[in-house]
Structure formats: structure tokens, C-alpha cells
Design a protein around this ligand. Structure first.
Ligand code: FDA
Length: 385
């Protein structure tokens, strides 16, 4: 039997951070992963450049049944802390937009950095090891021939199963009597029904404000062969519930009465011509057809133009579903925060059991927030191991 201070399950973002920090605090740490190598999701993140944090990180950019849960960890390990680590490793980076920080080079640099930090902490690794049963007796957790008084669940969520993602964290949590908030795919493209005319616009992108419930995001929306995608739609997908519409302002920033004003200024123009100048041509044509407003503006009553303005500002798409975990960037829901200490990530009723990263019911917006949660929660647990 090999004796450790902590066994970390999962060599992803949260598990590597947790193991490195605990190792450097003098703890003997073993990381077990069923994959052959570390950080597979980091490697494909941010289009291969890893959007590793967001300078705008704040608790209100995360979804959770308890919106306050993430506050403590996020305050104690900040984007500046992670950036400091990136800079100490000489990794060049840039800010894209909206506080999103990316590597100039490759996401491989982030994985190499985390493995180097683990090396400094003399962390042991066991790759290609599917975890079967976890025995827990006399205050110790046993997996195969390793045992420790602490076990960290860092196996992530079920998004992108073909990359080795699994619902294992939830199975393990339930095994230990912890509640799981229903997991749903998030940051995921939404689908439209087969007969929806907008599916014919695949490839067209336009700037919008998309809303689901009270959440609203400005950004690009992309029509796909199956429905809707693009940053604004991915963001609202995390808030969207089956059966609800998403409401899209197709011409954000227009003053009320802009169509009526256009009628006064250019009475011979058509709605189609105006839309053609404001959105991509194919979308303009589809909207003109759907609004049923043909002919010159001069011949259209103001009331009809006002109704068209409202329709364009609050276009309702009724998604038939989402593209599911196969295409979801993250998972909303997960191991209930009510079961965990927000200071240490330790399970309240199972001393020595910790949960970090995406496995926890904390989900960030698109834009580097999910990695920041992985770093912060992994760091918080490492202080307590
Ligand atoms: P993560 O999934 O990273 O790691 C879990 C580890 O556990 C994996 O190594 C896996 O092999 C292992 N594991 C799973 N089941 C196991 C089992 N049964 N036994 C043993 N090991 C097991 N976020 C962001 O902030 N910026 C970005 O740019 C992106 N980009 C991005 C792109 C794509 C395509 C995806 C799918 C996701 C992103 N994300 C992102 C989200 C981000 O990747 C995600 O939030 C973190 O990787 C979560 O970190 P974790 O360590 O919790 O899980």
C-alpha cells in the first residue's frame, strides 16, 4: 500500500492546480486520471490558445443554486494570481475583448506550466487508470494500492464525453451521500425545429442582444444547420430552460421610432432595403418576408412600422432543444454547494472528501470564467489538505 496525504481524482484544470499547490505545501499527493495525459480540455480550450482567465471575474458571472458560494474562493485566488503564475513561466499572453486573457502561443503552455508546478511539489501521477471503487474506512480513502486521509474529486462534468468527460463525479458524490443539482448542458448551441425557416440561414452571423429569462448578453449570433450558436446564444443557453423562448434584439442600439424616421427621410425606400443595410443580406430578406412588409415605406402606416420595430427588437426563437453534452462547453448544475464548505470545498458530512472545479454546482459565463473557477476552487482545497 502507498501512503499519501491526498489523492486527487482528475488531472484537469482544477485537479492539477490543487495537486501542485498542495504538493508545494509539503503534502504527498497522487493524481489519478483515466486519460493517458493531463489537461485534455485545457489543450482544446480557447481554440487551442486557452482563454485562461477573465479580468472581470466577479461572483455574479457564475451560475449556482447558491450564488454566494463561489465568492470566497474567487476572492482568495484571483485572475491576477493566475496571471502572475503565467508570467513567472514566461508565457506570453494577450487580452482579446471583454477581459478575456489568452496565450499568444498555445494552450499546451498552460498544461506544461501546471505539470511543472506539480513537479515542484513532487506530485505522483497515475494515468490511464479508470477509477472503480473508492473504499472509505477508518478516516482513509483507498483506491487500488493507494490510500490517503483526503480525496479530491476533480473529474469535471459530462460535457464532451468523447474527450473522456464523464458523470463520474456525481456517481461518487451520491455514493458518499452528497446531493447533486440536476446537470444540464451549458454554453451550448440551441436547436430549432426542422421546419423552422431560419435554419436555411446556416452560416449567417449578426450582432444581437440575446435574452433568456432575466439574463441578457450582447454579442454575435450565428445561424447553423441545426439552429443558433455564437457567443450571445452560448451565453444565454446556460440560463435557458426547455419550452422557453429566447428573445433576441436583432438590431441593438436603435432608437425607438427609427423606422418611422426612415419613412420621413426616405419614403421611397422599402423595409427590405433598410434591413439589407443593417443585417446580412440573407437575414434581411428572411426578416422582411417574415414581417410581411413589402412596398415603399411611404405606403406603410406608422403603427405597422412600430409593430415591426418591436418584432425586430424582441424576435422570439423557440428552441426545440440544445445540442446536448456532446457539444456543451460546460455543465450547469453538479454537486450541490449546500454539501460543501465554501472556504475549503470539503464535504460537510464526509471529512476529508473535497470537490473542486466543474464537478461543483458553479458554472461561469463564456470567457475564461470557468478556468478561473477551476484554479480558485483547486487552490482553496489545497490550503486545507
Ligand atoms: P476537466 O474536465 O478539465 O478535468 C477533469 C479530468 O478528470 C480530466 O482529465 C478527465 O480525464 C478526468 N476524469 C473524468 N472522469 C474520470 C474518471 N471516471 N476517472 C478518472 N479520471 C476521470 N473554459 C474557460 O475558462 N476558457 C476556455 O477557453 C474554455 N474553452 C473550452 C473549450 C471547450 C471545447 C470545452 C469543452 C470547454 C472549455 N472550457 C473553457 C471549459 C473548461 O475546459 C472547464 O470548465 C474546465 O476544464 C473544468 O476543469 P475541471 O478540472 O473541473 O475538469
Amino acid at each position: 500500500m502507498k501512503n499519501y496525504d491526498a489523492i486527487v481524482l482528475g488531472a484537469g484544470a482544477a485537479g492539477l492546480m490543487c495537486a501542485a499547490v498542495a504538493g508545494q505545501r509539503g503534502k504527498r499527493v497522487l493524481v489519478i486520471d483515466h486519460a493517458e495525459k493531463a489537461g485534455k480540455k485545457i489543450l482544446i480550450s480557447g481554440g487551442g490558445r486557452c482563454n485562461f482567465t477573465n479580468t472581470g471575474t466577479a461572483p455574479d458571472r457564475f451560475l449556482s443554486a447558491n450564488p454566494h458560494f463561489a465568492r470566497s474562493a474567487l476572492a482568495r485566488y484571483t485572475p491576477a494570481d493566475f496571471l502572475g503564475l503565467v508570467e513567472r513561466h514566461g508565457i506570453a499572453w494577450h487580452e482579446k475583448t471583454l477581459g478575456q486573457l489568452f496565450c499568444d502561443g498555445s494552450a499546451r503552455q498552460i498544461v506544461a506550466m501546471l505539470l511543472d508546478e506539480c513537479d515542484k511539489g513532487a506530485v505522483d501521477f497515475a494515468f490511464g487508470r479508470p477509477v472503480g471503487a473508492v473504499d472509505h474506512a477508518d478516516g482513509r480513502f483507498r483506491i487500488g494500492d493507494a490510500h490517503a486521509p483526503a480525496l479530491v474529486i476533480a473529474t469535471g462534468g459530462p460535457s464532451i464525453p468523447k474527450m473522456g468527460a464523464s458523470g463520474f463525479a456525481y456517481d461518487l458524490a451520491r455514493h458518499f451521500g452528497l446531493k447533486v443539482v440536476e446537470p444540464r448542458p451549458a454554453l451550448v448551441p440551441l436547436t430549432l425545429g426542422g421546419d423552422d425557416p431560419f435554419r436555411a440561414l446556416a452560416g449567417v452571423a449578426t450582432g444581437v442582444v440575446a435574452r433568456a429569462g432575466k439574463a441578457a448578453f450582447r454579442g454575435a449570433m450565428l445561424f447553423t444547420h441545426r439552429g443558433l450558436s455564437g457567443p450571445a446564444v452560448l451565453q444565454v443557453s446556460s440560463y435557458w430552460r426547455h419550452g422557453e423562448p429566447i428573445v433576441v434584439d436583432l438590431l441593438p442600439g436603435r432608437d425607438e421610432g427609427w423606422l418611422r424616421d426612415a419613412k420621413r427621410a426616405t419614403p421611397r425606400a422599402s423595409v427590405g432595403k433598410l434591413l439589407a443595410g443593417a443585417v446580412p443580406q440573407r437575414l434581411g430578406e428572411a426578416l422582411t418576408g417574415a414581417l410581411g412588409l413589402s412596398g415603399e415605406l411611404a405606403n406603410l402606416p406608422d403603427a405597422k412600422l412600430a409593430a415591426a420595430e418591436r418584432a425586430l427588437a424582441e424576435w422570439r426563437f423557440l428552441p426545440s432543444g440544445s445540442e446536448g453534452f456532446a457539444k456543451a462547453e460546460v455543465t450547469v448544475g453538479g454537486i450541490s454547494t449546500a454539501e460543501l464548505s465554501s472556504q475549503t470545498m470539503e464535504a460537510k458530512k464526509v471529512p476529508g472528501l473535497y470537490v473542486v472545479g466543474e464537478a461543483v454546482d458553479v458554472t461561469g459565463w463564456l470567457g475564461g470564467y470557468n478556468f478561473q473557477w477551476a484554479w480558485a476552487s483547486g487552490w482553496a482545497a489545497a490550503q486545507a489538505l
